[in-house]
Design a protein around this ligand. Structure first.
Ligand code: NAP
Length: 667
């Protein structure tokens, strides 16, 4: 199979190609180009065609597109599994890549609907009041970059690596050019082809380069972004590109990482935490043959437990059967290629020069010709004075045991990785857990605590989950991705917008306090989702809050707090002039003032946000409520969510309480 690139809507054959080999058998799987396609035309196509096509949609439409793509891939995922074996991956290894990638698309499809507005502009954070009267305010908005995102990926996650980036750029509204690592590009190519054939990708939204990228980085400008995953050496070279520096092109780097697993002093033999640490370490060393950026490379534990853990882990590793990834009994597949095998062996040798070997597996003679490497477990008895185990990433089934004395030293050793994606801590001890965050969080992108309470529900040391940030400082690249909406914002420009509330409301499509409202033509609860307009408002009739009301509410609900019941005690409280109405009584009265009792388009009240009480209400005072349509979000074909701004005021017009009320309203 000759791998084509997908450029400007066409599958383009390379001018010259080289063979790619099956990691286990050495058979030729595909041929990949050795000459770049017309990358300038591709970048131009992305900016001219893909960007406008994506920006024509809002966040929710793009989220639906992601869901459609994920569904299409899910239906044809067996095609991907069939090819994945050639990368050396067992079925289980393939699942991490394939199901992990499709799952990330589904997750972003759902997050896009929940965490982003049903429009084109994202409001980042609160509205800031910038003037005394509130006539001038500010908000931060985020809008899609007008350029192209270039994703340069590592060989170890040919599917997940592409999909997790594509999920974020698509949702942001930015077209993407994907460049997979050549070694496993046939799997990315197959996955990309399914997406193109699904018909759900708008023209120009995604393109693929199989082979080198030529001078693409020299063609990028200030609205473009590069997301790189791979080795620290390649990242250092690429980010120093003078054109990227001159144009301040965003460069997100996810590099290699010497992740740690730390057993707390309480995680002694026989405890659930000990068992969890053993299982996790064995899994991390063998899954994908250790070719995971997040894999455990260093295992830190109290000196007294080191021998026992080394012996137990060696048993687990010895039991992991190495073999053809297509064989269902295989637990340890092959590295991605013979080049990798040589690299890992060399890296292990330099770690071995400073460490003792605890256990070294043997590669069966029948597998010697393939990219197979048996696990190696080292121990480093003086980790504070060692270099290689903290600095050399053997990107395969290799790990090093290290003893520590006390929490501070454990963190210091973990931090010697120079910045890592993840450290897992196996402890049930609250003090040790808190100390690890205080001492080690600054050097890690993720801290993963596993204990008997989280048990089997814990997601795993090595699994980047879409809702949580993935990335790490220093050596790990200093980049961040995933983390829900945070990851989408990396492809958007955050702009501070300062204006009057009327203009800000129009700009953001959200009613902001201080903007003039429009009198509703009928009671808003009688109007359907499509009829309601942002800013449409009513002021309800008023009602007097009596002492009898307060006492009735107190006895009815059981809330007989002294501020409502005891005049002298209430007066002695600096917040109250005497007995006052319950805040919840005011909310209930407000609902009684603004609801429309008959069946109508309002289907349900689903929540309330940002409730605050500004002024106490004394017996005998009058209250009324302003009800304003603040924001509308389509949910499905039957109904949408309407967020209402509710302001409760007293007879003097002073605000006594405010909140955002959420309702579902029929179309
Ligand atoms: P690599 O050799 O650095 O290659 C990474 C990518 O860069 C490949 O797509 C490669 O393409 C491309 N590339 C190399 N030179 C280039 C150039 N001059 N211009 C443009 N692109 C260029 O890394 P790898 O061996 O594929 O991946 C293994 C490393 O990735 C490990 O160190 C691992 O820790 C790291 N990794 C990190 C994460 C993370 O999330 N932090 C995830 C996975 C892997 P070619 O294949 O065509 O050379």
């Amino acid at each position: 199979m000759l791998l084509t690139s997908y450029a400007a809507g066409e599958w383009v054959k390379p001018e010259a190609a080289r063979p790619l080999h099956d990691a286990a058998t050495g058979a030729v799987v595909a041929e990949c180009g050795t000459v770049a396609p017309d990358v300038e035309a591709m970048a131009d196509h992305a900016r001219r065609v893909g960007g406008p096509a994506l920006r024509a949609y809002g966040f929710h439409d793009r989220a639906r597109m992601l869901k459609a793509l994920a569904t299409a891939l899910n239906e044809r995922k067996e095609e991907l599994y069939a090819l994945s074996f050639a990368t050396g991956a067992t079925r289980g290894d393939g699942a991490v890549d394939i199901e992990g990638g499709i799952g990330t698309l589904f997750s972003y499809a759902s997050q896009g609907r929940k965490g982003l507005p049903d429009g084109k502009i994202y409001i980042d954070g609160a509205v800031e009041s910038l003037s005394r009267s509130g006539a001038f305010k500010g908000v931060h908005v985020a809008v899609p970059l007008r350029g192209v995102a270039v994703a340069i990926n590592a060989f170890n996650f040919p599917v997940w690596g592409m999909l997790e980036k594509l999920a974020q750029t698509m949702l942001a509204g930015v077209p993407i050019i994907v460049k997979p690592a050549t070694e496993t590009s046939y799997l990315t190519h197959a996955c990309f082809r399914i997406m193109v054939e699904s018909g759900f990708l708008p023209a120009g939204a995604a393109q693929l380069i199989c082979g080198p990228v030529g001078n693409l980085l020299d063609r990028l400008g200030p609205q473009d972004a590069v997301s790189f995953t791979g080795s620290a050496a390649t990242a250092a070279k690429l980010k120093a590109n003078p054109n990227l520096l001159k144009n301040a092109v965003r460069f997100h780097a996810e590099q290699d990482s010497l992740n740690a697993a730390i057993l707390g002093p309480d995680a002694a033999p026989g405890t659930p935490e000990w068992e969890m640490a053993l299982r996790e370490a064995a899994r991390e060393i063998t899954v994908k043959a250790g070719q995971k950026c997040t894999a455990i490379r260093r295992i830190l534990l109290p000196r007294a437990h080191l021998d026992a853990f080394g012996a137990a882990l060696s048993e687990w590793l010895a039991a992991a059967r190495m073999g053809d990834p297509r064989d269902e009994a295989t637990r340890l597949g092959a590295l991605a290629g013979l080049g990798q095998k040589a690299d890992v062996a060399a890296a292990a040798a330099s770690i071995g020069a400073e460490c003792e070997t605890v256990w070294r597996g043997e590669t069966p003679a029948a597998l010697e010709a393939g990219a197979f490497l048996a696990p190696i477990l080292f121990r480093c008895d003086d980790p504070l004075h060692a270099k290689a185990p903290h600095e050399v990433e053997a990107f395969g089934p290799v790990a090093t045991l290290m003893p520590y004395e006390g929490a501070e030293e454990a963190a210091e050793i973990a931090n010697r990785g120079g910045g890592a994606l993840v450290a897992s801590v196996f402890t049930h001890d609250e003090g040790f857990a808190a100390a690890m965050v205080e001492e080690a969080a600054a050097w890690h992108g993720r801290l993963y605590f596993a204990d008997r309470d989280a048990g089997k529900e814990a997601t795993g040391h090595g699994a980047p989950v879409p809702l949580m940030t993935h990335g790490g400082p220093g050596r790990a690249g200093g980049g961040e991705e995933l983390g829900g909406v945070r990851g989408v914002l990396h492809y958007m420009q955050r702009t501070a917008v300062q204006a009057s509330p009327r203009l800000l409301s129009a700009i953001t499509g959200t009613y902001l306090a201080g903007a003039p409202g429009k009198a509703a033509p009928a009671h808003p609860f009688t109007r359907r989702f499509g009829e309601l307009e942002i800013g449409e408002t009513i002021l309800t009739p008023s009602r007097t809050v009596t002492l009898e009301d307060i006492e009735h509410f107190a006895h009815f609900t059981g809330d007989t707090f002294y501020a409502h019941m005891d005049e002298a005690a209430a007066k002695a409280n600096p917040f109250f002039p005497g007995r006052v109405a319950h805040g919840y009584l005011l909310l209930s009265f407000a609902a009684g003032l603004f609801v429309h009792p008959d069946p109508g388009p309002v289907l349900a009240n689903t929540g309330l946000n940002g409730l605050s009480f500004q002024k106490p209400v004394s017996p005998g005072e009058e209250i009324a409520a302003h009800l304003t349509v603040k924001r509308k979000t389509r949910r499905n074909d039957s109904y949408g969510e309407v967020a209402w701004e509710v302001r409760i005021v007293n007879a003097a017009g002073e605000q006594v309480a405010e909140y955002e009320l959420l309702t579902m309203v029929a179309h």
